[in-house]
Design a protein around this ligand. Structure first.
Ligand code: GLA
Length: 721
């Protein structure tokens, strides 16, 4: 045994001496690849930035295939597994050539690999950003064999990392409780997150994880690697640990029920897998993803400031009317809001959408509810100086709909089966692999824009998962393409919409946060974090969501009290303070607020407008985690130049003789002096009000903050002097 490992070590050394180094750098991180003609591509380092390759030879080298393929020398879980045209199940990819292309905000490295025997090619790609510490990897698989090959597994990428006290942080949730954080040490065996939902891949497990390399995950210290899969369909992220040296991470589209055939000359491009590394803890990795998303259109129009809106759902549910909508418009206008959105309930001719069991697909105004049509509402909003927005669920239909009566073959379901239905006992999914359906979905948006060209915002919902696997459009041979082709079809449709309507603001909603993924966010400006608007539970949901997504993308609404999901009674200030850490909005009838509450809401909205750029475009530091069970939470947002910050402190549990933390700040310039002012104040003045402290003091010593009773909260503005 010992002899063999010495020999392989010697071989590795020889190869490493001959191999060409490809150093993939972001401002603060590096990935080192080794390429050598006729050999597999190797990955030998990922971590803090190095500028000379010899800086890591002896310190920390890995030696693993960068894109392991099954069947010829690959000892790890493969990223790629192929059945070649002649039935051969093995693939042996070797290096052919590489290119490096400078892009506006990134450098793209393409390493071309080919099977040693077969005319089967794979480009392994890495895009390293210059404006954020993120490296994306994906592969472009090309079949030049004479006959079709079958892709049995086609992950986006692979990354090894050394064993130690490594922990994984992942997210799990369900309707109304999305994105809760779970942490566990990585042990021998396998760790996996995956999704099988079909349409909304973030409802339970989320396609993103973090690995803390230096023990239990910490917010602002320790080395952390993040992995985010930019895909909206079923996926699989596996960390395989065998032996005592490395962990092996493989992430990509789930191969389950998804064999994919490639004819001669066809290519398959896998979705991006975005890695981030930081030695500033999980917060460092989060900030890299936030920056990457905002600056590189990974969230659509990521640098634009988002408007304050009122959405009608929790105010009136399906009972929309001209009068009711106008009343809500008056309410949000009075409070200083900027946009009004009419949710579900406005459509249906033959079938009236008075309960949620019909009419999806029949995108015509229900003139019994809205006799003057949508243009009248658009006009009413404009007269009040408000922007106008509307809800749709364009990928869906109901058995009770004119659309389904006309096109029963358009739904996702095998032709031999009777479909199982979802919401309302009638909901079905349209088959996005079918180009006719893609045209229809495009036209849903296009028609709205034709009829009401000043529509500013669309809430795009998706409330059912694939329970009827099968497509009437795909051939018998290609049924296993459904999961992939559904999402490629969806992407194609969204691309088409974006080409025609680049400035339309579109919210990604899926029974709340069911579709919070970076496969879709390049086409959506924001997402609905959760159907649960209870401020206490939102602290947990939003905390988890912010691990990977920037504040500008997180739709956070103040709703009524008692809360409609939990029945909890929470003061308006606390509800606002929780909603303000993202894109602020309202989800209620303002006419239900008391005079005092209306005054408070007005002041809070005016204040939010002032701090909006700091929150939506700033850097987030999560400090006291609600998950730490102290009953407190705190976080801070700060501008790039560290001159202006907003700090939020919450107390959401209350006991006699409860632990009283000193509130530490994070992310400040230690040498600068900051003046502290409480904003959105609704109580007593603290002793630090108006005083200035050094960043170092605020971070090391912290301050006392009087938070009395349950649901006490404070928002503090820090301005550099
Ligand atoms: C979903 C969304 C809600 C609302 C309803 C309307 O549940 O998550 O916000 O739009 O649909 O039916």
């Amino acid at each position: 045994m010992k002899r063999i490992s010495l020999i392989s070590l010697a071989m590795a050394m020889t190869l490493s001496m001959q191999a060409k180094d490809i150093l993939v750098n972001t401002p603060n991180t590096s990935l080192l690849l080794k390429a050598d003609e006729g050999q597999p591509l190797h990955v030998s380092y990922y971590g803090e930035r190095i500028d000379r390759v010899d800086q890591v030879y002896n310190a920390y080298s890995l030696w693993e295939h960068a894109y392991p393929a099954f069947g010829a020398g690959c000892q790890n879980v493969p990223a790629l597994s192929v059945k070649h045209a002649d039935g051969n199940m093995s693939t042996e990819l070797v290096y052919q050539s590489d290119t490096k292309v400078e892009e506006p905000n990134a450098t793209l490295y393409t390493i071309t690999m080919k099977d040693k025997l077969y005319d089967f090619w794979v480009d392994v790609c890495y895009r390293a950003y210059t404006n954020s510490d993120v490296i994306e990897t994906w592969s472009v698989i090309r079949n030049e064999e004479k006959k079709p090959v079958t892709l049995l597994k086609y992950a986006s990428g692979y990354m090894p990392f050394r064993q130690g006290d490594a922990w994984v942080s992942h997210q799990h949730g369900s309707w109304g409780a999305e994105s809760y954080i779970y942490e566990e040490p990585l042990q021998l065996g396998a760790f996996e997150v995956h999704d099988v939902n079909g349409t909304r891949n973030a409802m339970t497990n989320r396609p993103n994880i973090m690995i803390s390399l230096d023990g239990k995950p910490r917010e602002n210290e320790g080395r952390v690697i993040g992995a985010v899969l930019c895909w909206s369909g079923p996926y699989r992220i596996t960390i395989d640990t065998r032996g005592q040296k490395e962990h092996h991470l493989i992430a990509g589209i789930s191969e389950a029920h998804s064999e994919y055939k490639l004819k001669r000359g066809e290519t398959f491009t896998t979705p991006e897998l975005a890695f981030a590394y930081s030695d500033e803890g999980m917060g460092g990795v989060s900030r890299s993803y936030h920056r990457w998303a905002r600056l590189n259109n990974k969230v659509h129009n990521g640098t634009a400031l988002r408007k304050i809106l009122l959405n009608s759902w929790e105010g009136v549910y399906l009972n929309v009317s001209q009068e009711g909508m106008e009343k809500m418009m008056d309410g949000i206008k009075e409070l200083g809001g900027e946009l009004f959105v009419m949710d579900d309930g406005w459509f249906g001719d033959k079938y009236q959408r008075s309960i949620d069991n019909c009419a999806l697909g029949d995108w015509v105004t229900d003139t019994r509810k809205l006799p003057e049509g949508i243009p009248a509402l658009e006009k009413a909003a404009a007269e009040r100086g408000l922007k106008w927005g509307i809800w749709i669920e364009p990928e869906m239909t109901n058995t009770k709909s004119e659309l389904y009566e006309k096109h029963p073959d358009w739904i996702v379901c095998h032709p031999n089966r009777t479909p199982i239905t979802g919401r309302g006992g009638t909901q079905l999914i349209l088959d996005m692999s079918n180009p006719e359906v893609q045209d229809f979905v495009f036209a849903v948006v296009d028609n709205i824009m034709q009829e009401t060209p000043n529509t500013y915002y669309i809430k795009w919902d998706a409330n059912f998962e694939i329970q009827n696997f099968g497509s009437k459009y795909l051939s018998g041979d290609n049924q296993s393409h459904l999961y992939v082709d559904y999402h490629l079809g969806l992407r194609k449709t969204l691309e088409r919409i974006r080409v025609k309507y680049p400035d339309l603001v579109i919210q990604c909603c899926s029974s709340g946060g069911g579709r919070v993924n970076y496969g879709l966010m390049p086409y959506f400006d924001e997402f609905w974090v959760s159907d649960n608007t209870d401020a206490q539970q939102r602290l947990f949901i939003q905390w988890g969501t912010s691990m990977f997504f920037p504040a500008c993308a997180m739709a956070q609404h103040v709703s009524a009290s008692p809360n409609h999901q939990t029945g909890r009674v929470i003061p308006l200030k606390f509800r606002f303070d929780v909603a303000m850490t993202g894109r602020l909005g309202l989800e209620m009838r303002p006419s239900d607020l008391s005079e005092r509450e209306l005054e408070y809401a007005k002041q809070a909205i005016a204040t939010y407008k002032e701090i909006r750029p700091i929150i939506q475009q700033g850097n987030q530091y999560r400090i006291l985690s609600p998950y730490d069970k102290t009953g407190y939470a705190s976080e801070l947002y700060i501008t790039d130049d560290k001159s202006d910050a907003v700090f939020f402190a919450y107390k959401f549990e209350h006991y006699v003789d409860q632990f009283r933390p000193r509130f530490h700040f994070a992310g400040l310039d230690p040498d600068a002096t900051y003046k502290l002012t409480e904003i959105c104040r609704n109580g007593r003045t603290d002793h630090w009000e108006g005083h200035a402290f050094t960043g170092k003091f605020l971070m090391q010593q912290g301050i006392e903050i009087a938070l009395n009773g349950q649901f006490a909260s404070k928002v503090i503005r820090l301005e550099k002097q």
